[in-house]
Design a protein around this ligand. Sequence first.
Ligand SMILES: *Cc1c(COP(=O)(O)O)cnc(C)c1O
Length: 824
Amino acid sequence: MTDVEQKESGDVRYNEYVERLRHEEYPMLEGSIYLDHAGTTPYPKSLMDLFAKDMTANLFGNPHSASSSSQLSTSRIEDTRLRVLQWFKADPAEFDLIFVANATAGIKLVVEALRAVPGGFDYVYHQASHTSLVGVRQEARSSTCFDEPDIKDLFEKPRTADHTLIAYPAQSNMDGRRLPLSWSHQFRQSWPTSRGNVYTILDAAALAATSPLDLSDSTVAPDFTVISFYKIFGFPDLGGLIVRRQAEPVFDARRYFGGGTVDMVVCRKEQWHVPKRQFLHERLEDGTLPVHSIVALDLAMNVHRSLFGSMDRVAAHTYYLVERLDRGLRHLRHGNGTRVCTIYSPDRTGHDGSPGAGPVVAFNLRNQYGAWVSLAEFEKLATLKNFHVRTGGVCNPGGIASALDLEPWEMKQNFSSGFRCGTDNDIMAGKPTGIVRASLGAMSTVADVDQFIAFVDEFYREAAPAPILQQPVRHAPATSTDLYVERIIVYPIKSCGGYRIPAGTEWEVRPEGLAWDREWCLLHRGSGQALSQKRHPKMALLRPDLDFERGELRVSFAGVLPPDTAKEISVPLSNNPAMFEHSNRHRPLPSRVCGDEIFAQTYTCDAVNDFFSGVLGVPCVLARFPPGGQGPSMRHSKAHLQKHQMLHKPLNVSLPGSYPAPPSPPDSDTENPQRRILLSNESPILAINLSSLAALNKEIVAKGGQEVPPAVFRANVVVGSKSSASEWAAPYAEDNWSTLRIGQQNFKMLGSCRRCHMVSIDQDTAEKSEEPFVTLSKTRRFDGKVFFGSHMGHAPSSSGGRETQYPTIKVGDMVQPDAGEDEA
Ligand SMILES: *Cc1c(COP(=O)(O)O)cnc(C)c1O
């Protein structure tokens, strides 16, 4: 069977054809499973090759002049404009196409015109609208958000303007739900003349990516249609606004003109100009067109046709795949029979007479007791396994609120309790605040779908009831254990390498943590965000050395140094104000560490900042956050006991299937609500237990993996046990410790440490791997979150001895859990 035949044959054959295509055309996808076509779609190699060839063979000048290069641009642009209209079966006599940066820019162009019409406009938008449509309401006299059942009411609402714009997506970017294309016509037909003019805008950005869009009947077509070409072809980054010529007069009110959209302008003594008149696109395409992108779009249409055949074929293929994905996810059940996935995408068959849904599955995961799995946690694991999916609010506020049944007050409350787009805080008051979105495209295959289902099955389906957590072993206050401090490490610069405290050195313990731990950080020059190893693994290779003889922090880089880069830099340990940016010259920029806004002192020395920027390849500055600050120069611990640790505490006992309310908000360490920290993520001190690590390594090795060293957990205090057979060496005993005595000092345990895939960065080489995060996700996941290690803070005693004035710990100190003394 030839490719051409296969391309036109049934689902299975076509899929085989696409599988083959994948290797030749999408080398960048090697090793990845791409399920974010609703975000953007990958571009084929042959498009890139053709584009390079076209660019090197031809010179494209700025249009509108007589040179041959300019003429070439003009003719290619006009040809492409026509071909795009033909792609959507839009007759150029009835429609015009305006090239814009993206679908959003197309929407804004319509708004720019309507806000200038005398008396303004009323706005009506469907609740499944993308954020870019929702924002239009800010320009309107009044706005209404509707869903199908409300349609009749729209005709009765009091109007405030002579013009009304009605907006809706052809397909929701959130769950793939489709809305009837016939609405545009219906609205125009049934709009009472007493209500003034009505215009419709169809957001086809999501629909057009995998389906044909047919505008051949201009009497029923929307007045305005917006498209994102990159969602169809992957390249170029370009959008389109298709205007039905009958609606053109709306743009007469547009006031702005720019280069390209005007025939003559008089400036000095008179303010006079003549806008271009002939074609709408000439009046709206301000400035130089993205000539090269438009040329690429021409090629993209050719390549797409030759690789995938018609859009009908793409629609059939993606429909076949999404059915399989939807069915596969729906069928996953926990051992106790409950569903793993809660799916929000509607019935896509259209059997109920609705237009069905596109190749998108929106869902959330639940554990066997019905508790939601954190999206951030899901995303970490999916990323590690090379799945590309989107999670969160996906720019569709109305769709999300309706799917998740979130009331406006709940969303506002979530906002005030710290929820923001794109943060880790995604289960609030027992409800998810976003979704997982898996979306398919022309080059998706059955293998992508099956691998994704297998991944959810492997990591989120609980075949057996959850393992019973170890019952806490309550020791009588002990005088001697065989637990000891195996090593102590501080991380002077947040997210960079550690400094191991030499044996025999007594190290100071402060309320904020161990002395010199996380007192510095690197801030992105542009955003002020503290850099993290999660995004910049090379930070692990920045090796700090605390030299108390010379009074400096020296930092070297254990990777390949870029040319002309110093081998190491140093800054004084003393806090010399001359080193820092002065607040009277510039207001210090607020920076962000783990979501907290802080004021850190930034170093001005170029040699220092260039060193860090050079080795990491990120524009950054060194900053210091010394102890003792006030206001935004101070941070507080966020650690708290986790649910899996509270099983032995009197809990408001919950029924099976229900979960207790989420733990009281962070900072709920009742004994010391204002426990200060420097730049560590959550708490003053992080401890790990080598017995737990040994247990984890056993699991990793059993699955054929390599043992991981303690360093990946970036703990401050590593607790060892002299004999692995001793009663003290039980793995994860630390979950149940409430206090710890180390040498002469007491510590209060503040809860388990939540982990992300940063633990999979080798601290010696900065290389990423799957372990230990993958095994941790399987063996140490509670309530959708992954834990390893314990937070703790110093609990000063009042005995009055030297150890209270200058508390220290050292390597080799005996460690006693729950010794009883000073326990609150
Ligand atoms: C992607 C998308 C948009 C936004 O498109 P841009 O090209 O980013 O402006 C708007 N609406 C829908 C339905 C989309 O899928």
